[in-house]
Ligand binder design. Structure first.
Ligand SMILES: C[S@@+](CC[C@H](N)C(=O)[O-])C[C@H]1O[C@@H](n2cnc3c(N)ncnc32)[C@H](O)[C@@H]1O
Ligand code: SF4
Ligand code: SF4
Length: 325
Protein backbone atom coordinates (compact mmCIF):
# COMPACT_ATOMS: atom_id res chain seq x y z
CA UNK A 1 0.00 0.00 0.00
CA UNK A 2 1.39 3.39 -0.99
CA UNK A 3 2.00 6.17 1.56
CA UNK A 4 -0.56 8.36 -0.23
CA UNK A 5 -3.21 5.65 0.22
CA UNK A 6 -2.39 5.34 3.93
CA UNK A 7 -3.05 9.06 4.33
CA UNK A 8 -6.32 8.72 2.42
CA UNK A 9 -7.25 5.82 4.70
CA UNK A 10 -6.64 8.04 7.75
CA UNK A 11 -8.82 10.80 6.29
CA UNK A 12 -11.62 8.28 5.60
CA UNK A 13 -11.35 7.03 9.17
CA UNK A 14 -11.83 10.56 10.46
CA UNK A 15 -14.81 11.03 8.13
CA UNK A 16 -16.44 7.92 9.59
CA UNK A 17 -15.59 8.75 13.20
CA UNK A 18 -16.07 12.50 13.33
CA UNK A 19 -18.49 13.27 10.51
CA UNK A 20 -20.41 10.00 11.12
CA UNK A 21 -20.79 9.60 7.38
CA UNK A 22 -22.38 6.31 6.38
CA UNK A 23 -20.19 4.51 3.83
CA UNK A 24 -18.43 1.10 3.68
CA UNK A 25 -14.94 2.09 4.83
CA UNK A 26 -14.13 -1.59 5.33
CA UNK A 27 -15.49 -4.53 3.34
CA UNK A 28 -15.20 -8.24 4.05
CA UNK A 29 -15.61 -10.22 0.85
CA UNK A 30 -16.31 -13.94 0.58
CA UNK A 31 -14.75 -14.58 -2.81
CA UNK A 32 -15.89 -18.19 -2.79
CA UNK A 33 -17.78 -20.51 -0.48
CA UNK A 34 -15.90 -23.57 -1.71
CA UNK A 35 -13.21 -25.08 0.46
CA UNK A 36 -10.48 -27.72 0.39
CA UNK A 37 -11.00 -28.53 4.11
CA UNK A 38 -13.93 -29.55 6.30
CA UNK A 39 -13.11 -28.00 9.65
CA UNK A 40 -14.96 -29.13 12.79
CA UNK A 41 -16.26 -25.62 13.55
CA UNK A 42 -17.22 -24.48 10.06
CA UNK A 43 -19.86 -25.36 7.51
CA UNK A 44 -19.11 -22.71 4.89
CA UNK A 45 -18.28 -25.47 2.43
CA UNK A 46 -21.83 -26.90 2.74
CA UNK A 47 -23.47 -23.84 1.16
CA UNK A 48 -24.21 -23.47 -2.52
CA UNK A 49 -24.03 -19.90 -3.77
CA UNK A 50 -23.22 -18.83 -7.34
CA UNK A 51 -19.95 -16.88 -7.53
CA UNK A 52 -19.26 -13.59 -9.25
CA UNK A 53 -16.93 -13.57 -12.26
CA UNK A 54 -13.59 -11.74 -12.20
CA UNK A 55 -15.06 -8.85 -14.20
CA UNK A 56 -18.05 -8.57 -11.88
CA UNK A 57 -15.72 -8.44 -8.86
CA UNK A 58 -13.62 -5.73 -10.51
CA UNK A 59 -16.77 -3.71 -11.22
CA UNK A 60 -17.75 -4.19 -7.55
CA UNK A 61 -14.31 -2.82 -6.55
CA UNK A 62 -14.78 0.21 -8.84
CA UNK A 63 -18.09 0.95 -7.10
CA UNK A 64 -16.66 0.40 -3.61
CA UNK A 65 -13.72 2.71 -4.37
CA UNK A 66 -16.17 5.43 -5.42
CA UNK A 67 -18.04 4.97 -2.14
CA UNK A 68 -14.80 5.38 -0.14
CA UNK A 69 -13.80 1.80 0.78
CA UNK A 70 -10.22 1.75 2.13
CA UNK A 71 -9.92 -1.76 3.53
CA UNK A 72 -10.73 -4.89 1.54
CA UNK A 73 -10.58 -8.19 3.43
CA UNK A 74 -10.63 -11.30 1.32
CA UNK A 75 -11.87 -14.57 2.81
CA UNK A 76 -14.23 -17.45 2.10
CA UNK A 77 -14.55 -20.47 1.95
CA UNK A 78 -10.91 -20.93 1.13
CA UNK A 79 -9.76 -17.63 -0.33
CA UNK A 80 -6.85 -19.10 -2.32
CA UNK A 81 -9.00 -21.55 -4.29
CA UNK A 82 -9.91 -19.03 -6.99
CA UNK A 83 -7.11 -18.60 -9.47
CA UNK A 84 -7.98 -14.90 -9.93
CA UNK A 85 -7.14 -14.15 -6.25
CA UNK A 86 -3.93 -12.31 -7.18
CA UNK A 87 -5.60 -10.31 -9.96
CA UNK A 88 -8.43 -9.21 -7.64
CA UNK A 89 -6.08 -8.23 -4.81
CA UNK A 90 -3.83 -6.25 -7.17
CA UNK A 91 -6.88 -4.47 -8.57
CA UNK A 92 -8.12 -3.56 -5.07
CA UNK A 93 -4.61 -2.25 -4.28
CA UNK A 94 -4.66 -0.08 -7.43
CA UNK A 95 -7.93 1.37 -6.14
CA UNK A 96 -6.11 2.52 -2.99
CA UNK A 97 -7.42 -0.19 -0.65
CA UNK A 98 -5.44 -1.88 2.11
CA UNK A 99 -5.84 -5.59 1.38
CA UNK A 100 -5.88 -8.61 3.69
CA UNK A 101 -6.48 -12.27 2.90
CA UNK A 102 -7.35 -15.05 5.38
CA UNK A 103 -6.35 -18.57 4.43
CA UNK A 104 -5.90 -22.07 5.77
CA UNK A 105 -2.50 -21.81 3.95
CA UNK A 106 -2.62 -25.08 1.99
CA UNK A 107 -2.32 -23.31 -1.38
CA UNK A 108 0.32 -20.72 -0.42
CA UNK A 109 3.06 -22.19 -2.69
CA UNK A 110 0.75 -22.05 -5.74
CA UNK A 111 -0.43 -18.48 -5.09
CA UNK A 112 2.43 -16.64 -3.38
CA UNK A 113 3.82 -15.14 -6.60
CA UNK A 114 0.43 -13.99 -7.89
CA UNK A 115 -0.31 -12.35 -4.55
CA UNK A 116 2.73 -10.07 -4.58
CA UNK A 117 0.55 -6.97 -4.00
CA UNK A 118 -1.29 -8.34 -0.94
CA UNK A 119 -0.66 -6.08 2.09
CA UNK A 120 -1.33 -8.64 4.83
CA UNK A 121 -1.51 -12.44 4.93
CA UNK A 122 -3.66 -13.87 7.75
CA UNK A 123 -3.02 -17.57 8.31
CA UNK A 124 -5.26 -19.72 10.50
CA UNK A 125 -3.34 -21.42 13.31
CA UNK A 126 -5.39 -22.96 16.11
CA UNK A 127 -2.80 -24.35 18.54
CA UNK A 128 -0.46 -27.32 18.92
CA UNK A 129 -0.91 -30.32 16.68
CA UNK A 130 -3.45 -31.98 18.99
CA UNK A 131 -5.72 -28.93 18.59
CA UNK A 132 -5.03 -27.92 14.97
CA UNK A 133 -5.58 -31.53 13.83
CA UNK A 134 -8.84 -31.60 15.80
CA UNK A 135 -10.22 -28.37 14.33
CA UNK A 136 -8.73 -28.24 10.81
CA UNK A 137 -7.59 -31.87 10.32
CA UNK A 138 -4.21 -30.72 9.00
CA UNK A 139 -0.81 -31.16 10.73
CA UNK A 140 0.26 -27.90 12.32
CA UNK A 141 3.81 -28.39 10.99
CA UNK A 142 2.42 -27.90 7.48
CA UNK A 143 0.95 -24.53 8.48
CA UNK A 144 4.18 -23.42 10.17
CA UNK A 145 6.12 -24.37 7.00
CA UNK A 146 3.78 -22.13 4.97
CA UNK A 147 4.29 -19.28 7.42
CA UNK A 148 8.07 -19.74 7.10
CA UNK A 149 7.74 -19.58 3.32
CA UNK A 150 5.78 -16.32 3.52
CA UNK A 151 8.16 -14.77 6.08
CA UNK A 152 11.20 -15.83 4.00
CA UNK A 153 9.67 -13.92 1.06
CA UNK A 154 9.22 -10.81 3.23
CA UNK A 155 5.43 -11.04 3.34
CA UNK A 156 3.67 -9.47 6.32
CA UNK A 157 2.04 -12.32 8.27
CA UNK A 158 -0.51 -12.41 11.06
CA UNK A 159 -2.08 -15.58 12.36
CA UNK A 160 -5.71 -15.97 13.39
CA UNK A 161 -6.35 -18.41 16.23
CA UNK A 162 -9.88 -19.63 16.79
CA UNK A 163 -9.94 -20.37 20.51
CA UNK A 164 -11.70 -23.59 21.46
CA UNK A 165 -12.12 -25.59 24.70
CA UNK A 166 -8.87 -25.65 26.67
CA UNK A 167 -7.64 -22.32 25.23
CA UNK A 168 -4.71 -21.67 27.59
CA UNK A 169 -2.36 -24.26 26.01
CA UNK A 170 -3.27 -23.00 22.52
CA UNK A 171 -2.43 -19.41 23.46
CA UNK A 172 0.94 -20.50 24.90
CA UNK A 173 1.75 -22.51 21.77
CA UNK A 174 0.81 -19.75 19.32
CA UNK A 175 2.74 -17.06 21.21
CA UNK A 176 5.86 -19.24 21.40
CA UNK A 177 5.62 -19.98 17.65
CA UNK A 178 5.04 -16.28 16.91
CA UNK A 179 8.29 -15.43 18.66
CA UNK A 180 10.17 -18.22 16.90
CA UNK A 181 8.78 -17.76 13.37
CA UNK A 182 8.41 -13.98 13.29
CA UNK A 183 4.68 -13.35 13.01
CA UNK A 184 2.05 -11.57 15.12
CA UNK A 185 -1.02 -13.30 16.49
CA UNK A 186 -4.72 -12.47 16.54
CA UNK A 187 -7.18 -14.38 18.73
CA UNK A 188 -10.93 -14.89 18.38
CA UNK A 189 -13.47 -17.20 19.96
CA UNK A 190 -15.08 -20.09 18.22
CA UNK A 191 -18.74 -19.17 17.83
CA UNK A 192 -21.98 -20.59 16.61
CA UNK A 193 -23.83 -18.61 13.96
CA UNK A 194 -26.93 -19.25 11.86
CA UNK A 195 -25.04 -20.72 8.92
CA UNK A 196 -22.95 -23.04 11.06
CA UNK A 197 -24.73 -26.34 10.59
CA UNK A 198 -23.69 -29.46 12.52
CA UNK A 199 -20.46 -28.00 13.80
CA UNK A 200 -18.78 -29.64 16.79
CA UNK A 201 -20.20 -27.57 19.67
CA UNK A 202 -18.20 -29.55 22.24
CA UNK A 203 -15.31 -27.37 21.03
CA UNK A 204 -16.89 -24.14 22.36
CA UNK A 205 -15.15 -22.46 25.32
CA UNK A 206 -17.09 -22.16 28.58
CA UNK A 207 -17.78 -18.75 30.12
CA UNK A 208 -15.04 -19.36 32.72
CA UNK A 209 -12.54 -20.38 30.03
CA UNK A 210 -13.29 -17.22 28.04
CA UNK A 211 -12.78 -14.93 31.04
CA UNK A 212 -9.57 -16.74 32.02
CA UNK A 213 -8.22 -16.79 28.45
CA UNK A 214 -8.87 -13.09 27.85
CA UNK A 215 -7.44 -12.09 31.23
CA UNK A 216 -4.36 -14.10 30.27
CA UNK A 217 -4.12 -12.45 26.82
CA UNK A 218 -4.31 -9.01 28.47
CA UNK A 219 -1.49 -9.99 30.85
CA UNK A 220 0.62 -11.37 27.98
CA UNK A 221 0.09 -8.23 25.88
CA UNK A 222 1.11 -6.01 28.81
CA UNK A 223 4.30 -8.12 29.01
CA UNK A 224 4.99 -7.41 25.33
CA UNK A 225 3.75 -10.63 23.68
CA UNK A 226 3.13 -10.27 19.90
CA UNK A 227 -0.66 -10.02 20.21
CA UNK A 228 -2.58 -7.97 17.65
CA UNK A 229 -5.93 -7.58 19.42
CA UNK A 230 -6.29 -4.20 21.11
CA UNK A 231 -6.66 -3.92 24.91
CA UNK A 232 -10.09 -2.38 24.32
CA UNK A 233 -11.19 -5.50 22.46
CA UNK A 234 -9.65 -7.94 24.96
CA UNK A 235 -11.27 -6.14 27.89
CA UNK A 236 -14.64 -6.04 26.13
CA UNK A 237 -14.66 -9.84 25.69
CA UNK A 238 -13.40 -10.42 29.22
CA UNK A 239 -16.31 -8.33 30.53
CA UNK A 240 -18.91 -9.65 28.06
CA UNK A 241 -17.80 -13.20 27.14
CA UNK A 242 -20.77 -13.75 24.83
CA UNK A 243 -20.82 -10.23 23.39
CA UNK A 244 -22.97 -7.16 23.84
CA UNK A 245 -24.66 -4.89 21.32
CA UNK A 246 -23.07 -1.48 21.65
CA UNK A 247 -22.90 1.14 18.90
CA UNK A 248 -22.22 -1.46 16.23
CA UNK A 249 -21.22 0.06 12.90
CA UNK A 250 -22.06 -3.02 10.82
CA UNK A 251 -24.08 -1.79 7.86
CA UNK A 252 -22.95 1.78 8.56
CA UNK A 253 -19.15 1.78 8.09
CA UNK A 254 -18.49 -1.83 7.18
CA UNK A 255 -20.29 -4.71 5.56
CA UNK A 256 -19.96 -8.24 4.27
CA UNK A 257 -20.35 -9.04 0.58
CA UNK A 258 -21.18 -12.65 -0.14
CA UNK A 259 -19.74 -14.59 -3.11
CA UNK A 260 -22.92 -13.91 -5.16
CA UNK A 261 -22.94 -10.14 -4.49
CA UNK A 262 -25.48 -10.06 -1.61
CA UNK A 263 -24.64 -7.20 0.78
CA UNK A 264 -25.03 -7.92 4.53
CA UNK A 265 -24.14 -5.91 7.66
CA UNK A 266 -21.94 -8.82 8.83
CA UNK A 267 -21.77 -12.58 8.39
CA UNK A 268 -24.09 -13.20 11.32
CA UNK A 269 -26.96 -12.22 9.02
CA UNK A 270 -26.06 -14.27 5.96
CA UNK A 271 -29.12 -15.98 4.50
CA UNK A 272 -31.40 -14.72 7.31
CA UNK A 273 -31.78 -11.03 6.44
CA UNK A 274 -33.59 -10.04 3.28
CA UNK A 275 -30.83 -7.98 1.64
CA UNK A 276 -30.20 -6.51 -1.80
CA UNK A 277 -27.78 -7.94 -4.34
CA UNK A 278 -25.08 -5.61 -5.69
CA UNK A 279 -25.11 -7.20 -9.15
CA UNK A 280 -28.82 -6.50 -9.46
CA UNK A 281 -29.20 -3.01 -7.97
CA UNK A 282 -25.58 -1.77 -7.83
CA UNK A 283 -23.38 -2.02 -4.73
CA UNK A 284 -24.05 1.55 -3.59
CA UNK A 285 -27.79 1.00 -3.57
CA UNK A 286 -27.47 -2.45 -2.01
CA UNK A 287 -25.44 -0.90 0.84
CA UNK A 288 -27.84 2.02 1.26
CA UNK A 289 -30.91 -0.25 1.24
CA UNK A 290 -29.59 -2.49 4.02
CA UNK A 291 -32.63 -3.35 6.18
CA UNK A 292 -32.86 -2.70 9.92
CA UNK A 293 -31.77 -5.65 12.04
CA UNK A 294 -31.83 -6.82 15.65
CA UNK A 295 -28.71 -8.13 17.29
CA UNK A 296 -27.66 -9.28 20.76
CA UNK A 297 -24.00 -8.50 20.10
CA UNK A 298 -20.98 -10.61 19.27
CA UNK A 299 -17.29 -11.03 20.06
CA UNK A 300 -15.92 -11.21 16.47
CA UNK A 301 -12.66 -9.23 16.58
CA UNK A 302 -12.75 -8.07 12.96
CA UNK A 303 -16.05 -6.35 13.68
CA UNK A 304 -15.60 -5.21 17.29
CA UNK A 305 -12.15 -3.80 16.54
CA UNK A 306 -13.76 -1.89 13.64
CA UNK A 307 -16.38 -0.49 16.03
CA UNK A 308 -13.65 0.86 18.31
CA UNK A 309 -11.45 2.00 15.44
CA UNK A 310 -14.14 3.81 13.44
CA UNK A 311 -15.40 5.51 16.61
CA UNK A 312 -11.78 6.77 16.97
CA UNK A 313 -11.15 4.99 20.29
CA UNK A 314 -7.58 6.27 20.95
CA UNK A 315 -6.14 2.96 22.20
CA UNK A 316 -7.50 0.97 19.24
CA UNK A 317 -6.38 3.63 16.74
CA UNK A 318 -2.85 3.58 18.22
CA UNK A 319 -2.85 -0.23 18.27
CA UNK A 320 -3.89 -0.32 14.59
CA UNK A 321 -1.20 2.19 13.62
CA UNK A 322 1.46 0.08 15.38
CA UNK A 323 0.23 -3.22 13.96
CA UNK A 324 -0.56 -2.20 10.38
CA UNK A 325 1.81 0.64 9.51
C1 LIG B 1 -14.23 -18.85 7.56
S1 LIG B 1 -12.49 -18.86 7.52
C2 LIG B 1 -12.12 -18.42 5.84
C3 LIG B 1 -10.65 -18.44 5.49
C4 LIG B 1 -9.96 -19.77 5.41
N1 LIG B 1 -10.74 -20.78 4.83
C5 LIG B 1 -9.41 -20.18 6.76
O1 LIG B 1 -9.89 -21.15 7.35
O2 LIG B 1 -8.47 -19.53 7.21
C6 LIG B 1 -12.02 -17.37 8.40
C7 LIG B 1 -11.56 -17.63 9.83
O3 LIG B 1 -12.69 -18.02 10.61
C8 LIG B 1 -12.32 -19.10 11.44
N2 LIG B 1 -13.54 -19.83 11.78
C9 LIG B 1 -14.16 -20.81 11.10
N3 LIG B 1 -15.26 -21.23 11.74
C10 LIG B 1 -15.35 -20.51 12.88
C11 LIG B 1 -16.27 -20.48 13.97
N4 LIG B 1 -17.31 -21.29 14.05
N5 LIG B 1 -16.04 -19.58 14.94
C12 LIG B 1 -14.99 -18.73 14.91
N6 LIG B 1 -14.08 -18.71 13.91
C13 LIG B 1 -14.26 -19.60 12.90
C14 LIG B 1 -11.31 -19.87 10.61
O4 LIG B 1 -10.48 -20.71 11.39
C15 LIG B 1 -10.53 -18.75 9.97
O5 LIG B 1 -9.46 -18.32 10.78
S1 SF4 C 1 -12.69 -22.61 8.45
FE1 SF4 C 1 -11.82 -22.08 6.46
S2 SF4 C 1 -10.67 -23.93 5.90
FE2 SF4 C 1 -12.09 -24.56 7.46
S3 SF4 C 1 -13.91 -25.32 6.38
FE3 SF4 C 1 -14.26 -23.16 6.93
S4 SF4 C 1 -13.63 -22.05 5.14
FE4 SF4 C 1 -12.71 -24.09 4.98
S1 SF4 D 1 -23.22 -9.77 15.01
FE1 SF4 D 1 -21.64 -8.35 15.77
S2 SF4 D 1 -20.97 -7.19 13.96
FE2 SF4 D 1 -22.92 -8.18 13.45
S3 SF4 D 1 -24.48 -6.61 13.90
FE3 SF4 D 1 -24.27 -7.90 15.72
S4 SF4 D 1 -22.76 -6.84 17.03
FE4 SF4 D 1 -22.61 -6.00 14.96
Amino acid sequence: MRFRDKIRGGVSLIKSGVARRRFPLSVLFHNTIKCNLKCSYCSAWKRTVPEMTTEQIKSMLDQLAEMGTRKFSYAGGESLLRDDAGEIISYAGQKGMFTTLTTNSLLVPERIDQLRDLDLWIVSLDGPNSKHERTKHVPVEDVLAMIDLLVSRNRKVWTNTTLTAGPRADIDFVISQAREHGFRANFQLMRTYPLALNIDESLLCSREEIIEAFSYLIWLKIKGAPIINSFSYLNRVKEHPFGMFDKCLAGKNYCLIDANGDVYPCDDFQDRLNVENGLEVGFKRAFELMPEFDCQGCTFPCYIENNFLFALNPETVWNAIKEVW
